[in-house]
Design a protein around this ligand. Structure first.
Ligand code: SF4
Length: 189
C-alpha cells in the first residue's frame, strides 16, 4: 500500500526531478562505521531497536566503502590507522558525507599524545561534529538529520575549484534529548 492508493486515478503528479533525487538520497544514507573505540558502542546503540536509526533510513551499515556514502568516525584515530581512514574515505562513493563522533575523533580527546591524531578533520573533510565523551545516540541521530537537511536543500556537498568543502556543522552540546516513548524496565520491574 503506497501513496498511489490515496490519489485519484486521473491525478497527474508533477515535481522536480531534483527534489525526488534529493529525497531518495537523504532517505537512504548508508553509513560506514569507522568505530575504533568506545564511541562505537553508542553508534551500535543508535542502530538498535531503542533508538532505531532505521526511522531515518540510515541503518544499513556497510563495511565496504564502495557501498557507503556516510562515514562515521567514532573513536580515536592512531597515526598508524590514519592511512586506512583516508583510503576508506577515498574509496567511498560520491556524493559522500562525514560525521566526526565524539571528542576523540574531533580533537584527540584526552589522548594528547604523538600517537593519536588530534582531530580527523585535519585529514578528511568533516561535515558534522558530534561533541561528547561519548555522545548519546540522540546526538548522533541529530547529526544524521543535519546531513539530511543539507541534502534536502542543496543535494550534494559544496565544492570550490573541484575541492570538497566540509559543511562544518556542530551539534549543540546542550542539545536536549527527546523523551523516549517507552521506559526501560529491567527484570520486569
Ligand atoms: S570520545 Fe570518549 S567515549 Fe568516545 S572514543 Fe573517546 S574516550 Fe571513548
Amino acid at each position: 500500500m503506497g501513496i498511489e492508493t490515496a490519489l485519484p486515478t486521473d491525478f497527474v503528479l508533477t515535481t522536480q526531478l531534483q527534489r525526488v533525487i534529493n529525497w531518495s538520497r537523504r532517505s537512504s544514507l548508508w553509513p560506514l562505521p569507522f568505530a575504533t573505540a568506545c564511541c562505537g558502542i553508542e553508534l551500535m546503540a543508535t542502530a538498535s531497536s531503542r533508538y532505531d536509526l532505521a526511522r531515518f533510513g540510515a541503518e544499513v551499515m556497510r563495511f565496504s566503502p564502495r557501498q557507503s556514502d556516510l562515514l562515521i568516525v567514532a573513536g580515536r584515530i592512531g597515526i598508524k590507522m590514519l592511512p586506512v581512514l583516508q583510503h576508506v574515505y577515498q574509496q567511498m562513493t560520491e556524493p559522500k558525507w562525514v560525521i566526526s563522533m565524539g571528542a576523540c575523533a574531533s580533537t584527540g580527546g584526552v589522548f594528547d599524545t604523538y600517537a593519536v591524531v588530534q582531530g580527523c578533520d585535519q585529514f578528511i573533510p568533516v561535515d558534522v561534529y558530534v561533541p561528547g565523551c561519548p555522545p548519546r545516540p540522540e546526538m548522533l541521530i541529530e547529526a544524521v538529520m543535519a546531513i539530511q537537511r543539507h541534502i534536502d536543500q542543496e543535494g550534494i556537498p559544496p565544492t570550490i575549484d573541484g575541492k570538497r568543502v566540509p559543511l562544518g556543522i556542530a551539534v549543540d552540546p546542550t542539545h536536549a534529548v527527546a523523551p523516549q516513548p517507552v521506559g526501560i524496565t529491567v527484570g520486569g520491574q
